[in-house]
Design a protein around this ligand. Structure first.
Ligand code: TTP
Ligand code: CA
Ligand code: CA
Length: 646
């Protein structure tokens, strides 16, 4: 990227008096190694507040060092930009992305007309007659692939939304960002469809040592607690960055220390990343630079579009105290609401007055997490995992659907959708493949889930996924009370790296066992039975012979599907009798994936300010922490993570 070669510009350089005889206006990097530690009265030497150890810790991305630099980059009006780029539309024209009658993304020119996600397409056109509205791509039953259809907003009953085009752009952007950063000094976490966290610590460390050779050591007296020399300048060049103010009268009078210099370097890197994304792919994004993820994320959203905000350590307190805590990562949902209700305020400032034991009314861990969070502390690591661990395809039905056959038609689309995404994950080359398939079914207030293992011995196919899905739905149907169904979703999870060593015939032998296990898949009902680990049982077979339920439409068809699967599994069992089958157990909680664990794309929970479409078709990754995700049947509060496993 050439950062090290770039001239480091200073608006003004004030040399720190006679202690720095070597320092000249043109060289911002005086040789400290030869001067400050050999001068006669060391006590007079002004020093940095940071130590050699803390500097060194940067190299290994330690969350402990106060010099740490994290960035968050978020695309502006993402889906809207995807459409302007795809269609070659002038980005200054107002444009919104439509999903059925709602708008799900609005570009900044359209926001100038006061449009937001809350308006319907009809209202939007009244407010902004020149608004370009592009409907998202949809899958139509029987189609091989999603497509952009004319008038698709009228096809809600027969089509399903596809966000594939945006996922594809998201991948390109991620790749571009990674290519901009030095290969060996990058740590990138995909945090959603249009955002990433970057831990810039190691790269900044390298640049720092290049620009300021005096920092290279050796550590004086071999004492890592020895403080670093002072920064040889008093004014840093922040270019076009939005600098958060310190809120203190003398806040800017304190000379810059190395944490400020680290932030300047990080912010140059972020500027380069943003420039590359714009030049190579045509997208603008906003960035935030700060000492941790929580602050960096607040920074990227602070000034939009196409800007970057730096929250220097000296500005953290002021920045946060002016904030609503509901804007903080992980406090945007239920936990935030709970805190608002409990303390009667949504302001950080007010919450800062609450002693720890008061905050602990939200739970011990949550309370202490909140206590440090509102003080700007967050030790969570940037997690470089970018691989998908599960995929979900869903549809909300309005009106609700009423028969097994109808459900099966949707499953065909889900299977095609998921299969095509698996193909992109390298499943065909057997690089990675899912281990389980899950079906979620909502009827009234009740959500039911069924899970089955994906047979491992044969190539994954769309037909296989479809058959598995159909089977799972059949199980729900024979259990009764399946209709009307308001929401159906299919997901695959437990992606594992493909079998590279030759497992031989064993892989195929699993089939019989798994086919059997399928008949006894895990079940959960949000209203009913508690989740329990269960061993293989007779499952739904008993229901075959139970009384026929005439109200249960599609019962016969569902029963036929199960009968067929059962006879197939017994046939395989007979053939492979001597195979030492493994027991298949299910942990019901498996259905709720940890978003930090994988690229789970989940329907977003409609909240009062997010009711753009109230349609679960719209799958996008949320930022909520694992434990803050809506949980089944529980009222427990999140215990936000303090560290993440590497
Ligand atoms: P955001 O990053 O939240 O929003 P944005 O990119 O549209 O706008 P901003 O410039 O403020 O960042 O979401 C990214 C995409 O996710 C967005 O373009 C559309 C989709 N999305 C929804 O479909 N529904 C939602 O409720 C939200 C919040 C986002
Ligand atoms: Ca965005
Ligand atoms: Ca985002």
């Amino acid at each position: 990227m050439g950062l090290s070669k770039r001239a480091y510009t200073f608006k003004k350089i004030r040399v720190s008096g006679p202690l720095w005889p070597n320092c000249s206006m043109s060289s911002p990097a005086p040789n400290f190694a030869s001067s400050p530690f050999s001068i006669t009265s060391p006590r007079r030497i002004p020093k940095s507040k940071f130590t050699y150890k803390q500097l060194h810790q940067l190299k290994s991305y330690s969350p402990q060092t106060p010099l740490r630099v994290i960035a968050h980059v978020d695309l502006d009006a993402f889906y809207a930009q995807c459409e302007t780029v795809r269609l070659g539309i002038d980005p200054s024209k107002p444009l919104a992305v439509q999903q059925w009658q709602g708008l799900i993304a609005i570009n900044y020119p359209a926001r100038a007309f006061g449009l937001s996600r809350h308006v319907t397409s009809t209202e939007a056109l009244k407010q902004c007659p020149d608004l370009i509205m592009q409907h998202v791509a949809t899958w139509k039953e029987g189609d091989e692939k999603w497509a952009y259809h004319e008038n698709s907003f009228k096809e809600m009953a027969t089509h399903k939304v596809s966000l594939d085009p945006y996922r594809m752009e998201s991948r390109k952007i991620l790749k571009c960002i990674k290519e901009t950063l030095p290969e060996k000094e990058q740590r990138v976490e995909k945090a959603g469809i249009d955002e990433v966290f970057l831990d810039l610590s190691a790269q900044v460390h390298t640049v720092l040592l290049e620009r300021y050779p005096e920092l290279r050591g050796p550590t004086p007296y071999e004492d890592p607690t020895e403080r670093l020399p002072k920064v040889p300048t008093t004014v840093l060049d922040w270019a076009a960055d939005a600098l958060v103010e310190t809120g203190e009268e003398d806040g800017e009078d304190v000379d810059p220390d190395w944490d400020d210099v680290c932030m300047v370097i990080a912010s140059e890197i972020v500027r380069d990343v943003r420039k590359d994304v714009k030049e190579k792919l045509g997208y603008t994004c906003s960035g935030g630079v700060a000492r941790n993820k929580m602050l960096a994320k607040l920074g990227s959203g602070y000034k939009k579009p196409n800007q970057q905000t730096v929250i220097r350590n000296r500005a953290v307190k002021h920045f946060l105290s002016e904030m609503k805590f509901t804007k903080i990562r992980m406090l945007g949902g239920k936990l935030g609401d709970e805190a608002v209700a409990m303390f009667g305020t949504d302001k950080v400032k007010d919450l800062l007055e609450q002693p720890m034991d008061q905050l602990k009314k939200l739970g011990d861990d949550t309370g202490s997490w909140l206590y440090s969070t509102i003080r700007g502390e967050d030790n969570s690591e940037v997690n470089p995992r970018t691989q998908i661990k599960s995929m979900l395809s869903a549809k909300s039905f309005r009106p609700a659907i009423n028969s097994f056959e109808q459900g099966v038609r949707w499953l065909r689309i889900f299977a095609a959708d998921i299969f095509s995404r698996c193909v992109e994950e390298g499943v065909l080359e057997n690089k990675r493949r899912p281990k389980t398939v899950n079906l979620h079914h909502r009827q009234g207030a009740q959500t039911r889930s069924r899970q089955a293992p994906v047979p491992q011995g044969k190539p994954l196919s769309e037909a296989m996924l479809f058959d598995l899905a159909k089977n799972l739905l059949a199980q729900v149907v024979v259990d009764g009370r399946a209709w009307p169904c308001a929401n159906l979703s299919l997901s695959v999870g437990g992606f594992e790296d493909g079998i590279t060593n030759n497992k031989g015939i064993g892989g195929f032998l699993v089939r019989g066992a798994e086919a059997k296990a399928m008949m006894s898949t895990g079940r959960s009902a949000s209203g009913g039975e508690p989740p329990a680990k269960r061993r293989r049982t007779k499952g739904n077979i008993a229901n075959f012979f139970g009384p026929r339920d005439d109200k249960n439409k599609g019962f016969d068809a569902a029963r036929a599907v199960l009968m067929k699967a059962h006879s197939e599994s017994t046939r395989e069992e007979e053939a492979e009798d001597d195979f030492d089958e493994h027991e298949h157990e299910h942990d019901e909680d498996d259905h709720f994936h940890d978003p930090n664990e994988g690229d789970v794309e989940r329907p977003h929970t409609p909240t009062p300010d997010r009711n753009a479409s109230n349609n679960n078709d719209n799958l996008y990754r949320s930022d909520t922490p694992p434990s803050a995700q809506p949980q089944h049947n529980t009222h427990s509060l999140p215990v936000p993570p303090t560290t993440q496993p590497k």
